[in-house]
Design a protein around this ligand. Structure first.
Ligand code: ADP
Length: 740
C-alpha cells in the first residue's frame, strides 16, 4: 500500500517580479501543491546527509549540493552571518565560481540580505533586471552566475530563532522557482541550520582544544628551558646549548642561534648554533641591530627584506622562513641575543613570540647569575690570596660578631685554627680582652665609626687594631673587619722617646721655675726700665710661662699614659660638666659667646677618676671657646645611651678639615688654619684621648669647615647593679691637675 504524506506548503514568501510583465510570465511562480512521498523521502535523505558531518566545509558543500539536486537549480550559495560585523559572507556553495567565496554582503542588500533581515523567504523573478540587485559579484565572475540569473531565491537559515545565514538558489536557464520549490527548501533549511550550528560549535571547541594544546606545548617548552638553565649551573656553554636545543624542539624551528656578549659587553659572540654555519651571509647583523635597539626584531618574510640576491638564494636553499631576534636583557643590560628561524612558509604567531620572550627572560637571568657567580668567585680568590699573603692580622666578622674569615697571620697571632673558628663568636675563638671588649662594644652600640685601639698579645707583642664597620649600599651594618698591625717596635721607640721627654721635662722644670721666679721678681721692680726693656721682660715672661705649661702638660700626659695615680670610682659626669661650665662662663662672656649647658635633668654616673674627667671636659670646652669667634655659641650636652654616657661639646666655630680631623688627637698637632695667638701647647686633645681611653671610652670629632665642630666623648656608664646609692659618689673637690 502506497503511503502518501501530504504537507501544506508555506505561504510566508516575499515574491517580486523585477520588471513589469512585458508579456513574460512565470507559469511555475504561483505553483503550490502537496508534497509527494518521493519528495519527502528525498528531503529526509538530504537532511540525513547534511547532518551527517560536523565539518563546516563539508556541511556547507552538502547543503548546497542537495539543495541544487532537490529543486534542480542552476547554483546555490550559502552565506553565513557574522554577528559582530553584521555582514553576510559567502561560506560555501555548489556550482559557483571559487572567487565568490569570502565575498561579503551587508544585511538588507540583495536577495540574501533581504531574507536575513526579515527572516522570511525572498524570491526575485527576472533577477538580472532587478534594479536593487547587488553588483559586488559582477567583477568576481566573468562568466556571471549571479548577475545573469533570471530567478534568485533566498531562504534564511534559522536556528534557535536566530538567523545564522542564508541559502540562495539561482536559475540561469530561463526557469523560475515555484512556491512549492521554496516550500521544499523551507523544509530542508532547519536541518541545514542545525547542521551549521553544530559545525560552528564543533569548530569553536576545536579552536579551544587547539589553544589548550598550544598553551600546554608552550608551557612545556618554558619549563623545559627553565630546567635546562637551572641544571646548567654556572656553565654558560651548557646553558646556552641546552636552551637552544629545547627551544628549537618546542617551537619546531628550522634554525637558531644564541649570541652572548663578551666580557666587556662590547661585542656579541656566537655561543650555540643549530642548523646554521658560524659565518652566515648576514643574519648576525640582525642580532647586532637587535642588541643595539634592545628590542625584538621580527622579519616575518625574510626574502622580502632588503638582502642581496645571494642571501635570498642562501635562505631559500636552506628552506629558512621567518626570523626573530630577541635580546637577552638582565638588570637592564643586554647580555646576548637569541635568533629563532622558522621553516620556509611559516611565520611566528604572537603565542610563539610570547613563549620566546619568556624563554629569553629566563636565559638572560641565568646568564647574568652565572657571570655574577664567576666574578664573585674570582674576587673571592683574589681576596683570599691577599689575605694569605698579608703580614697584618685580618679578621672579618658578621653583624653578630661571628668570625667569617681570618688569615694565617690572625691564626698565628691569636692562636686559633680558622676551620674551627668560622661561625663562632670571636670571644669563643680568642681570650684577648681588649679585642673582645672592643668588638662587644661595637656590636652593642651598632658602631658605624671605625675604632682604633691597642691589643697586647701573650708574647708581649703589641698590635694596633683598626676595627672598621662594613656597611652595605642600603646603609645596613653587616659586620666588621679588624686589621691589626704589629707596633711592638714602634711602641718601644715611643717608650724611649717618652722616657727621654720625661727626663728632659723633669730636668727642665727646676731651671724654668727658677727663671720664672727671677723674671717675676724683675717685673715687679721694673720702674727703672725703659719701655723697650719692659716689653722684652714681658715677652720673656710669656715664653717661660709657655715652657712651664708645656712641661706640665708633657709630664701630665706621661702620668696618664702610665696610669699613675688613677683612682676609679663612681663619678657624676653631669656635676663635672656643670663645674666646668660655671668656671668658663665668664671667659665665654668676655669673648661675647654664649655657653649653654644642656642636660637631661638626671645625674649620669660613670666609673672614673673625677680629676681626670674634669680635665677632659675642661680641655674640650676651653678649646671650643678659644677657637670659636665672638658671638658664637658653645653647647655642652650630656645624655645616656645604651649603657654609655655621652658628652658632646658643640661649637659654631671655624670647623676642622677632614685631614686635620684625622690627626687632631696626635701630640703637638695643630690645624694649619689656627691663628698663632690661639695656640696652646698642642697637647690638650692628646690628653683628652689618653684619659678617655684609660676609662674604656672613645672620643671623636665630627666637623666641616665653616660649620662648627662637635667633640663627642662616650664612656661606659656606672653599672646600675653595683650601686644606686648617691652617697657612694665620691664628694667632688675638683681642682686643676698640676704636674708633680
Ligand atoms: P691646642 O693647645 O693647640 O689647643 P689641642 O690638642 O687642644 O691643642 O688641639 C689641637 C688642635 O685642634 C688645635 O690646635 C686646633 O687646631 C684644633 N682644635 C681643637 N679644638 C678645636 C675646635 N673646637 N674648633 C676648631 N679647631 C679645634
Amino acid at each position: 500500500m502506497a503511503i502518501t504524506t501530504r504537507v501544506r506548503t508555506h505561504t510566508t514568501i516575499d515574491r517580486i517580479r523585477a520588471t513589469p510583465d512585458h508579456g513574460i510570465f512565470n507559469p511555475r511562480a504561483g505553483q503550490t501543491g502537496e508534497l509527494t512521498h518521493a519528495e519527502i523521502e528525498t528531503i529526509g535523505a538530504a537532511s540525513l546527509a547534511i547532518t551527517a558531518s560536523l565539518n563546516m566545509e563539508q556541511v556547507l558543500a552538502t547543503v548546497a549540493e542537495k539543495v541544487v539536486d532537490l529543486i534542480r537549480a542552476t547554483a546555490c550559495l550559502v552565506y553565513l552571518l557574522d554577528r559582530n560585523s553584521g555582514v553576510l559572507q559567502v561560506a560555501g556553495g555548489h556550482r559557483i565560481p571559487d572567487t565568490y567565496k569570502g565575498m561579503t554582503l551587508p544585511l538588507g542588500e540583495d536577495v540574501a540580505g533581504h531574507a536575513a533581515r526579515t527572516g522570511r523567504a525572498f524570491v526575485v523573478d527576472n533577477y538580472s533586471a532587478w534594479e536593487e540587485r547587488t553588483h559586488i559579484f559582477d567583477n568576481a565572475d566573468q562568466a556571471g552566475v549571479l548577475p545573469t540569473a533570471n530567478c534568485a531565491a533566498a531562504i534564511p537559515l534559522t536556528f534557535n530563532r536566530q538567523v545564522l545565514g542564508v541559502l540562495e538558489v539561482l536559475y540561469i536557464d530561463g526557469r523560475e522557482i515555484s512556491n512549492k520549490d521554496v516550500a521544499l527548501l523551507q523544509l530542508i533549511t532547519p536541518h541545514a541550520a542545525t547542521a551549521i550550528a553544530h559545525a560552528q560549535l564543533f569548530e569553536r571547541s576545536q579552536q579551544v582544544m587547539n589553544l589548550l594544546e598550544i598553551i600546554n606545548d608552550r608551557g612545556a617548552a618554558v619549563s623545559s628551558v627553565s630546567t635546562a638553565v637551572i641544571n646548567a649551573g654556572h656553565d654558560l656553554k651548557k646553558m646556552s646549548d641546552e636552551t637552544l636545543t629545547r627551544t628549537v624542539a618546542a617551537l619546531r624551528l628550522a634554525a637558531g642561534r644564541i649570541f652572548l656578549s663578551d666580557h666587556d659587553g662590547e661585542a656579541l659572540v656566537t655561543r650555540s648554533l643549530y642548523n646554521l654555519p658560524a659565518d652566515d651571509p648576514g643574519l648576525s647583523h640582525v642580532a647586532a641591530h637587535c642588541a643595539s635597539v634592545r628590542q625584538t626584531v621580527l622579519l616575518q618574510n625574510m626574502t622580502a627584506f632588503a638582502w642581496s640576491h645571494d642571501v635570498v638564494q642562501w635562505l631559500s636553499e636552506r628552506r629558512l622562513g621567518a626570523l626573530v631576534a630577541v635580546p637577552l636583557i638582565a638588570e637592564d643590560e643586554v647580555v646576548g641575543v637569541l635568533e629563532a628561524i622558522a621553516p620556509l612558509g611559516r611565520t611566528f604567531d604572537t603565542g610563539e613570540l610570547d613563549t620566546l620572550h619568556i624563554i629569553t627572560g629566563q636565559l638572560a637571568l641565568g646568564v647574568s647569575n652565572a657571570r655574577l657567580f664567576t666574578r664573585v668567585r674570582a674576587e673571592q680568590q683574589q681576596i683570599s690570596a691577599i689575605l694569605s699573603s698579608s703580614g697584618d692580622v685580618i679578621i672579618g666578622l658578621d653583624a653578630n660578631g661571628r668570625v667569617q674569615v681570618a688569615n694565617p697571620a690572625a691564626e698565628h697571632a691569636l692562636d686559633f685554627a680558622i676551620i674551627e673558628a668560622v661561625g663562632k663568636p670571636l670571644a669563643e675563638v680568642t681570650l684577648n680582652v681588649a679585642l673582645n671588649a672592643a668588638v662587644d662594644n661595637s656590636i652593642k652600640t651598632q658602631q658605624t665609626q671605625p675604632a682604633g685601639f691597642e691589643v697586647q698579645l701573650a708574647n708581649d707583642t703589641y698590635l694596633f687594631c683598626n676595627l672598621s664597620p662594613i656597611v652595605d649600599p642600603t646603609g645596613r651594618l653587616t659586620g666588621w673587619v679588624a686589621v691589626m698591625q704589629d707596633i711592638t717596635r714602634l711602641k718601644e721607640t715611643e717608650r724611649m722617646k717618652s722616657d727621654m721627654i720625661l727626663t728632659a721635662s723633669h730636668d727642665l722644670r727646676n731651671p724654668v721655675n727658677l727663671t720664672m721666679g727671677a723674671l717675676d721678681l724683675l717685673s715687679k721692680r721694673a720702674d727703672n726700665l725703659t719701655a723697650l726693656q719692659k716689653e722684652a721682660l714681658d715677652l720673656s715672661l710669656l715664653g717661660v710661662h709657655r715652657i712651664e705649661a708645656l712641661i706640665k702638660d708633657l709630664l701630665d700626659l706621661e702620668r696618664i699614659e702610665r696610669r699613675v695615680g688613677l683612682r676609679l670610682s663612681r663619678c657624676d659626669l653631669t656635676e663635672i660638666a656643670q663645674t666646668v661650665v660655671t668656671e668658663l662662663v665668664l671667659t665665654a662672656q668676655q669673648r661675647q659667646q654664649q655657653l649653654v649647658y644642656d642636660h637631661a635633668g638626671v645625674r649620669l654616673y660613670v666609673r672614673g677618676d673625677a680629676q681626670r674627667l674634669y680635665q677632659v671636659v675642661s680641655n674640650l670646652v676651653s678649646n671650643a671657646i678659644k677657637y670659636t669667634q665672638p658671638n658664637g655659641v658653645v653647647t655642652v650636652t650630656i645624655r645616656a645611651s645604651d649603657e654609655q654616657v655621652r658628652l658632646e661639646v658643640c661649637d659654631t666655630g671655624p670647623g676642622i678639615s677632614p685631614e686635620a680631623q684625622a690627626r687632631i688627637f696626635e701630640r703637638f698637632y695643630r690645624a694649619p688654619s689656627v691663628a698663632a695667638d690661639d695656640r696652646g701647647t698642642g697637647l690638650g686633645l692628646a690628653i683628652v684621648k689618653s684619659v678617655v681611653e684609660q676609662h674604656g671610652g672613645r672620643v671623636w670629632v665630627t666637623s666641616a669647615i665653616g660649620q662648627g665642630s662637635t667633640f663627642v666623648v662616650s664612656l661606659p656608664s656606672w653599672p646600675e647593679a653595683l650601686s644606686t646609692n648617691p652617697d657612694d659618689t665620691i664628694p667632688m673637690i675638683i681642682r686643676p691637675v698640676t704636674a708633680q
